[in-house]
Design a protein around this ligand. Structure first.
Ligand code: SAM
Length: 466
């Protein structure tokens, strides 16, 4: 069995290490192409592959010694984290066993941090500037638990926890998440997409940090909200539920494929206030029509994803300083465009799942310097309303795996002055819905709990005519 597993891991790694596709996509494709593999086989292959990606630099150094193909030695090192030696040895030659004995005796503390914790030099250098860098790097190198979130429109967390603890999920040790009031954390690899509560839209997979982001947007009933980079809808779903399915929640994205992946999730959720719209990154007329209209705009910006290394360790090797520069320009441009949709008195939330200041604080500072009609709010005061145990230092939301046991997330909340002058968008049409049903205004049945200062706007916030 060990011999077969080594070949399987080696085969998956062979494709992943070409870095053409994300590791999880390659692995899913491999598992789909090998349907005879049972749940345990799949788990073992996945665990070993991800272990290699986490420790790639160190393992490559170890694999320089020994004989035979280096890719096989990487697979052996990955499987050494899954199997006991006695099981693994059954698939190894005598030479390989000696080689593994040798590398397992190496004192990793004698290696430089970049090798020990397997980081490319450029990333080691950037992370080393962060507070408590060692703890952060080590936490990013550990596998993450699985966080799910209840759909507050359908169920309460306490009831769902009881159901999970008394059913087949008990072995995954479900526990409430410490900060998010909607989260449940499980250990291992629960096959939740086959569970009835998932099919009924009562639970969704969402990291606790991402749940807290939705709390930070703090949408209210009846408001008009834009999730500007909605992707597969992870945050849209919780925003829609917090709005109690009232008002209007635009789910924008430039990628039709990503929004298409969101649609079954929207359907399961039971939400009826979401309007998905594929937008053009440049000069989109529908975006223009929403200028100065939204109560809240969330920009969950495309980023390096370096806060999610626990789940996506391949990003260490797929990202590069040049790609980071491109991302920074894109982030600044999206933030600028999205900010125009914010109504006077409304809020703009900029978020990433990166831990690098150049994608986070520096972007926000540059935006605020160029846009004096926006000012920074204290994130801590806003989230404390729903996330009782969460204390933050400073005005930003900054979640870290070493501190909060979540992925690395950053967010800033900015408020537009009540007296901002809103640039007009495209020329007004008599009846917009006739031309663009995707943006057709629908009856807003619930009064907003509060509307941002509406005095100087040309159109009223409560009637989202777009
Ligand atoms: C971090 S992901 C969003 C994840 C999503 N919010 C979620 O919670 O599942 C960033 C998204 O931004 C989208 N994007 C890239 N450029 C964009 C642009 N100019 N305008 C809007 N969305 C954009 C990408 O297609 C991607 O889906």
């Amino acid at each position: 069995m060990a011999a077969v597993r080594i070949d399987q891991v080696r085969s998956v790694l062979g494709e992943i290490l070409q870095w053409k596709f994300p590791a999880d996509a390659v692995l899913s494709r491999y598992l789909r192409a090998n349907p005879k593999l049972g749940a345990r086989d799949r788990g073992e292959v996945a665990e070993a592959v991800f272990d290699v990606l986490r420790h790639l630099r160190r393992y490559r150094q170890f694999a320089e010694s020994g004989s035979g193909p280096a890719a096989r030695r990487l697979a052996i090192l990955g499987l050494a984290s899954v199997f006991e030696r006695s099981i693994l040895d059954a698939g190894l030659s005598e030479d390989e066993q000696h080689w593994l004995d040798h590398v397992q005796r190496i004192d990793v503390k004698s290696l430089s941090r970049a090798v020990r914790d397997s980081l490319p030099d450029w990333l080691d250098e950037r992370l080393s500037k962060l507070h408590d860098a060692d703890a952060l790097i080590q936490a990013l190198n550990k596998p993450a638990p699985l966080d799910v979130r209840v759909n507050p429109l359908k169920v309460e967390r306490a009831g769902m926890l009881e159901l999970l603890r008394n059913g087949a999920a008990a072995r995954y040790n479900p526990e409430p998440t410490p900060y998010s009031p909607w989260g449940i954390r499980m250990q291992g690899r629960p096959p939740i997409n086959r569970w009835p509560m998932f099919e009924k839209g009562e639970i969704e997979v969402q990291d606790e940090g991402s749940q807290i982001l939705a709390a930070l947007v703090a949408p209210k009933r009846g408001e008009m909200i834009i999730d500007y980079c909605a992707g597969a809808g992870g945050k849209t779903l919780l925003l829609g539920a917090l709005m109690r399915s009232t008002g209007r929640l635009y789910a924008f994205d430039v990628s039709a494929a990503r929004l298409a992946r969101a649609k079954p999730r929207f359907a399961r959720s039971g939400l009826s206030n979401i309007v998905p719209v594929v937008i053009n990154p440049e000069n989109d007329q529908r975006v223009k029509r929403l200028r100065g209209k939204a109560h809240r705009v969330l920009v969950d910006a495309p980023c390096s994803g370096l806060g999610t290394l626990r789940r996506n360790p391949d990003l260490k090797w797929r990202q590069h300083p040049d790609s980071l520069d491109e991302l920074r320009q894109m982030q600044a441009s999206i933030l600028r465009q999205a900010s125009r949709c914010v109504a006077p008195g409304g809020r703009l939330v900029y978020a990433t799942c990166s831990v690098l200041p150049e994608e986070n604080e520096e972007q926000v500072e540059a935006f605020l310097a160029e846009n004096p009609d926006f000012s920074l709010l204290d994130a801590s005061a806003i989230v404390s309303d729903r996330c009782k145990n969460l204390t933050l230092e400073g005005p930003y939301l900054s979640m870290r795996p070493d501190v909060h046991n979540t992925d690395g997330f950053f967010a800033a909340v900015m408020e537009r002055n009540k007296v901002s002058v809103v640039e007009s968008g495209v020329q007004k049409r008599k009846d917009t819905s006739e031309h663009d049903p995707a943006l057709a205004p629908e009856a807003v049945t619930d009064e907003p709990d509060s509307a941002p200062g509406a005095e100087p706007t040309k159109e009223s916030l409560a009637t989202p005519q777009v």
